[in-house]
Design a protein around this ligand. Structure first.
Ligand code: 5GP
Ligand code: ZN
Length: 219
């Protein structure tokens, strides 16, 4: 069924174009999300056959496996940050300062640091995944995408429904283990960047996300 759609990438990553499969090795496949919920949205798929059908909370109980996944997400986060720099770097204020310094005559001994795009990448899993194969989301913070069409799309990445990989292993009594009870997906909207509330006004939120996106990439 449709919930098994990620299995094909794990089985035969080599059959996909680079705009679909970003890279693959013996243990992982990194792909572009087909319905991106941010301007950059990747998925990391562990290939371990004993884990791929497990809920992430259960799979990550295995400390050795968790460390392996965390290490791979650090690699993918760097790659994603590089992609953001290529896409938006030229717009960013920090990059313009850097370029100005570079072209000075003589150039200064110490160049200003470029923007750290890694800070603008979030990595984690959904408390209730919709797709069966174990996957970790690696996406830019902007939540700016045509594919972000439903309130649950926004809230699934903007409430505790989204569990950052750094938060694992989860404590036994972590409330995020009971996501439906907590009602995360039905919560009022809060802007990821300025924390402004939008109630349940999705169209207004979407407009605001576009404004925030423009400012964020120029930061
Ligand atoms: P979940 O809600 O299960 O954590 O996220 C599953 C993700 O997989 C969603 O972001 C969705 O857009 C993505 N997705 C669903 N089907 C496919 C597919 O066939 N190919 C790719 N590349 N992504 C998919
Ligand atoms: Zn805002």
């Amino acid at each position: 069924g449709v919930r098994d759609g990620l299995g094909a990438y794990i089985a035969k990553p080599e059959t996909y174009a680079p705009d679909v499969v970003v890279y693959h090795n013996d243990d992982f496949v990194a792909i572009h999300d087909m319905f991106p919920k941010s301007s950059l949205h990747l998925l990391l798929l562990p290939r371990d056959q004993t884990k791929t059908r497990m809920h992430p909370f259960d799979a990550f109980e295995d400390a050795e496996f968790l460390e392996k996944v965390k290490a791979e997400t650090r690699t993918l986060r760097k790659l994603a940050a590089g992609e953001l720099r290529r896409k938006y770097g030229k717009d960013s204020a920090q990059e313009q300062t850097r370029q100005a310094a570079l072209s000075a005559d003589p150039p200064p001994d110490e160049l200003p640091q470029g923007r750290d795009w890694e800070q603008d990448i979030v990595v984690g899993v959904h408390a209730v995944p919709s797709m069966n194969h174990l996957h970790v989301h690696v996406l830019s913070v902007d939540r700016y995408s045509e594919r972000l069409k439903h309130r649950k799309h926004y809230n699934s990445f903007s409430t505790p429904f989204f569990v950052p990989i750094e938060d694992f292993p989860l404590a036994e009594d972590d409330v995020r283990r009971n996501p439906t009870e907590e009602g995360y997906l039905k919560r009022d909207f809060t802007c990821w960047r300025c924390s402004r509330g939008f109630g349940n006004r999705f169209a207004e939120l979407k407009q605001h996300l576009e404004q925030e996106f423009k400012e964020w990439k120029k930061l």
